[in-house]
Design a binder for this molecule. Structure first.
Ligand code: RIB
Length: 301
């Protein structure tokens, strides 16, 4: 099974701060690092490190060579990656001492995917392949429609969530990978308890498999009558950036390896715990072997 990821690629400028900057405040950072990131790139790296055959489609700018190199080093296929004559996507990312983050994304070249380009990539894929997309590139509705029309399985990580997402062809999605905030917006359910959000998502998208990550409470899954949950693992949190992307990549890669859903939830939870224990987004993503080694000593929380 091949996985085609139409995904964003960002240069993450990561500022270590004592607290997130408040309205009207100017603060000094304690450290600054530049990492490769972008939800799309992170997920392709996670997929590749987990052993999946992943093709990354998207666009970098003239300053984005480090993004291409990072993806290539991870083992992702780059046949369809474009370089445009403009700046790449970038972020200003604050990280606090307890590992929490907040992120401003500037789309740059990620917002320049034309219908012609999308069609030219999709022409190489069809039934039996998976198309993964997040909400950090443009033309997501077109990508979903065209991928589905080609018989591909559609996986959607609805992140970052926007109001316009509700006008997307959401009924065509086969796998939703969302956190509780995204789940709440997508389902239109105002509840705070996770079971209610999951039930509302399932009611709205009865044919889809729902993977609902719920922070320190782990993950819930529902597809039809099938329901599972999995907890998180105990680690020292360094940086939560990219943990959701790691989960997403390892979950789909586990299914591509032929593992069951409960096994996929376990592998993805182990991998994302490791990602939380390391700095950076894509730099923090483990390999399959690292995840398996961690499994031998990991303690459930
Ligand atoms: O999910 C983490 C990613 O979100 C970061 O790498 C940043 O680029 C933003 O896209």
């Amino acid at each position: 099974m091949r996985i085609l990821n139409f995904g964003s690629l960002n240069i993450d400028k990561v500022y270590s701060v004592d607290h997130f900057v408040r309205a009207g405040e100017t603060i000094l950072c304690t450290d600054m690092n530049i990492f490769c990131g972008g939800k799309g790139l992170n997920q392709s790296v996670a997929l590749a490190r987990a052993g999946a055959e992943v093709y990354h489609a998207g666009a970098i700018g003239t300053d984005g060579e480090m993004l291409r190199e990072q993806l290539a080093a991870s083992g992702a296929h780059l046949d369809y990656l474009q370089t445009l004559d403009m700046p790449s996507g970038h972020t200003a990312l604050q990280v606090t001492p307890d590992g929490q983050n907040c992120i401003i994304v500037c789309a740059g070249s990620n917002a320049q995917l034309t219908e012609e380009y999308i069609d030219s990539v999709l022409a190489h894929f069809g039934a039996g392949d998976v198309m993964l997309v997040q909400n950090e590139v443009n033309n997501v509705p077109y990508i979903i429609r065209q991928a589905k029309a080609r018989g591909m399985t559609v996986a959607f990580n609805a992140s970052p969530i926007t109001a316009s997402i509700l006008s997307y062809p959401l009924e065509l999605v086969d796998y939703y990978l969302v956190n509780e905030t995204e789940g709440r917006t997508l389902s239109g359910c105002g509840a705070t308890d996770y079971e209610t959000i999951l039930a509302a998502l399932h009611e709205k998208f009865p044919a889809a498999a729902i993977v609902l990550t719920v922070g320190s409470d782990g993950v819930l899954y529902q597809c039809g009558e099938e329901r599972y949950s999995h907890g998180i693992y105990r680690v020292q949190a360094v940086d939560t950036t990219g943990a959701g992307d790691t989960f997403c990549g390892f979950f789909l890669a586990s299914l591509a390896r032929g593992l069951s859903v409960p096994q996929a939830l376990e592998k993805a939870s182990l991998a994302s715990a490791l990602a939380v224990s390391r700095a950076g987004a894509c730099d923090s993503i483990p390999t399959w072997a690292e995840m398996e080694a961690f499994a031998k000593t990991a303690q459930a929380k």
